[in-house]
Ligand binder design. Structure first.
Ligand SMILES: NC(=O)c1ccc[n+]([C@@H]2O[C@H](COP(=O)([O-])OP(=O)(O)OC[C@H]3O[C@@H](n4cnc5c(N)ncnc54)[C@H](OP(=O)(O)O)[C@@H]3O)[C@@H](O)[C@H]2O)c1
Length: 318
């Protein structure tokens, strides 16, 4: 089969395409003919050699943990899904790859709503699961005001849309040139970086202008850029803050969600929930740019560069 691959760690240019033996669905898995795949930070970290998991992946490696496509093989024990159905999801976390290819094996998936574009479905998997898990842990529900630090990126933009679908008011941080993007998503934008607490306090408290501004109940740190002390000051307690990316969180009393890629136990209901919300037109996966798989190196370079506004996706067909 056709696949994107790298046989040494390094910059995006180490990515090439080649022929690989086809994978097959094991028990509890489905194999899909891939239509689209996502590019996630874990893919960039593995390819560059920065990831502590680099010794766990044999080379050559097919990158990508998120994919969408049409089921063509159903593993033992799988019920409710059959060949020919369109699905989206994530690969086996232990393999940390395999999605950027003609065929991929999914361990977690949901039916793709017919109106959900392939690029959105392919890029959704880990961002949707990660954001859902984080919103659940924080207790995000209707009426609360949530501050998302790093709101314009792949996980942040999905968290913004899912929190709004729950009825929360959302304030999101981004660099100023991405504020219009955040406003389109439905969040009140503020600039990230030092002085965040003052800028959030200065937001107009009038609910008609910026619902919930002036009072922040919960905060989600997606960026891991050292803002936890300010997020604690803004919410008033470390118990109201969760980080996805700052390993210093627990020292400050802040919860750290290492997520499904680290094998952390937790509900895997995000995909089905997102599919249902998408069918009701209350959710979409913001996609910044789509590349054909043959240009995966450009896609990885784009994913590493700001400003980020949603997910980067790969489609199989040029
Ligand atoms: N724990 C888990 O389960 C899990 C799962 C997936 C991802 N993650 C982690 O979550 C992090 C974000 O993932 P992602 O997919 O959203 O990455 P991404 O798409 O690269 O987005 C990163 C975002 O952070 C913003 N940012 C950069 N510097 C910032 C700062 N100083 N303060 C606030 N925001 C800043 C960027 O904005 P600009 O582009 O405008 O600079 C961008 O919007 C990564 O570290 C990833 O490893 C964790």
């Amino acid at each position: 089969m056709f696949a994107v691959q790298f046989d040494r760690f390094g910059p995006p240019e180490v990515l090439t395409t080649g022929r690989f033996p086809e994978p097959h669905a094991g028990p509890g898995q489905v194999r899909i003919r891939v239509e689209a795949a996502g590019v996630a930070p874990v893919d960039l970290a593995l390819r560059s050699g920065r990831s502590p998991s680099r010794d766990r992946i044999p080379l050559p490696h097919i990158p990508g943990v998120d994919a969408a496509g049409v089921i063509d093989e159903v593993g033992a024990g799988v019920t409710g899904f059959a060949a020919g159905e369109e699905v989206f999801g994530t690969v086996d976390v232990a393999r940390l790859g395999g999605a950027s290819a003609e065929f991929a094996v999914l361990s977690f998936w949901a039916a793709k709503p017919p109106a959900m574009p392939w690029a959105q479905a392919g890029a959704a998997g880990t961002s949707v699961e990660t954001a859902t898990r984080a919103l659940d842990r924080l207790g995000v529900r209707a009426g609360v005001t949530l501050l998302v630090d790093g709101a314009a990126g792949g996980v942040g933009s999905v968290a913004v849309r899912l929190a709004i679908a729950r009825g929360a008011h959302v304030i999101g941080t981004a660099r100023p040139e991405s504020h219009a993007f955040l406003a389109e998503l439905g969040a009140v934008p503020v600039a990230y970086g030092p002085g965040l607490a003052d800028r959030v306090r200065a937001l107009a408290p009038a609910p008609a202008v910026a619902p919930g501004a002036g009072r922040v109940d919960l905060a989600l740190d997606v960026a891991g850029a050292g803002s936890l002390p300010e997020l604690i000051a803004i919410t008033g307690t470390p118990a109201a803050v969760l980080t996805l990316a700052d390993f210093g969180g627990p020292e400050l009393g802040v919860g750290l969600s290492r997520g499904e890629l680290a094998g952390e136990p937790g509900g895997r209901h995000g995909l089905a929930l997102a599919a249902a919300l998408s069918e009701q037109r209350r959710f979409h996966v913001p996609v910044q740019e789509v590349f054909p798989m043959t240009r995966a190196a450009e896609a990885h370079a784009a994913a590493a560069r700001g400003p980020r506004r949603g997910k980067i996706a790969l489609i199989r067909h040029p």
